[in-house]
Design a protein around this ligand. Structure first.
Ligand code: PLP
Length: 227
């Protein structure tokens, strides 16, 4: 199987899940998570229509970006170290992993210097696993309010990681809950159209995520596997 064939398979499945949930599949963006692969594989994915790529580590992405063909939106999906905030804001378009107040402070400080608009998502930990990054729903209004004080940072939605499990159905209540929290806070803080992303769903569970309202899917293994 090639990357193009894997992508075709994934798109078919997204379309089926979207239809089952009465959603327009065009509203769902597929981020190719490229942390396991090099430039050649990424360019193959871009040729097959990928317009969004996601990296875990700031530096890994920065090393690959200059050699990519075409113009892709760059997502930082992994935990962001405070000392990497500056290059992250310079090289990425969307940061999925705002997960602590110290990071918010540094983002505000560097964004004021760099003056480049970057969308940011707040990462919630809804699985209760202590090993997972992310804040609790109770902390969310404070994070959104603080990020909103910057004219360069755009609070654009929420991200979560489901628990590792063999049964994707285990993850459904967590995805559903992320969507509810997303809608509640949009209402209570009267957030405008910039508040628009639900980043959830990976190789094992993206079909469930689509059914529960995800519009940013982060998929690596299922795209780049070699079988
Ligand atoms: C690696 C990674 C993914 C993609 O995982 P796959 O199981 O390979 O699809 C998605 N999100 C985050 C935050 C990751 O680190």
């Amino acid at each position: 199987m090639s990357i193009a064939a894997n992508l075709e398979e994934i798109r078919k499945r997204i379309n089926l899940s979207a239809a089952a949930a009465n959603r327009d599949p065009k509203s769902i963006r597929l981020i190719a998570v490229t942390k396991y692969v090099g430039v050649a594989e990424i360019n193959e994915a871009i040729k097959a229509g990928i317009a969004d790529i996601g990296e875990n580590r700031v530096r890994d992405g920065i090393l690959k970006f200059p050699d990519l063909i075409g113009n892709v939106t760059k997502h930082l999906i992994g935990t962001l170290q405070t000392n990497k905030v500056k290059p992250a804001l310079e090289h990425y378009d969307l940061i999925h992993s705002v997960d602590r107040l110290g990071l918010v402070d540094e983002l505000l400080k560097q964004a004021a210097k760099i003056q480049r608009k970057v969308e940011v998502l707040i990462q919630l930990n809804l699985s209760g696993e202590k090993t997972k990054h992310g804040i609790s729903p109770a902390e969310l209004p404070g994070f959104v309010a603080k990020l909103s004080t910057s004219e360069y940072l755009i609070p654009a939605g929420l991200m979560t990681m489901g628990p590792l499990t063999d049964n994707p159905e285990t993850v459904r209540p967590i995805f559903r809950s992320l969507r509810e929290i997303f809608e509640d806070i949009a209402r209570s803080l009267k957030l405008g159209p910039n508040w628009r992303y639900l980043s959830m769903g990976m190789s094992q569970d993206y079909h469930v995520a689509v059914e529960e309202g995800a519009n940013l899917l982060r998929i690596g293994t299922a795209i780049f596997k070699a079988e």
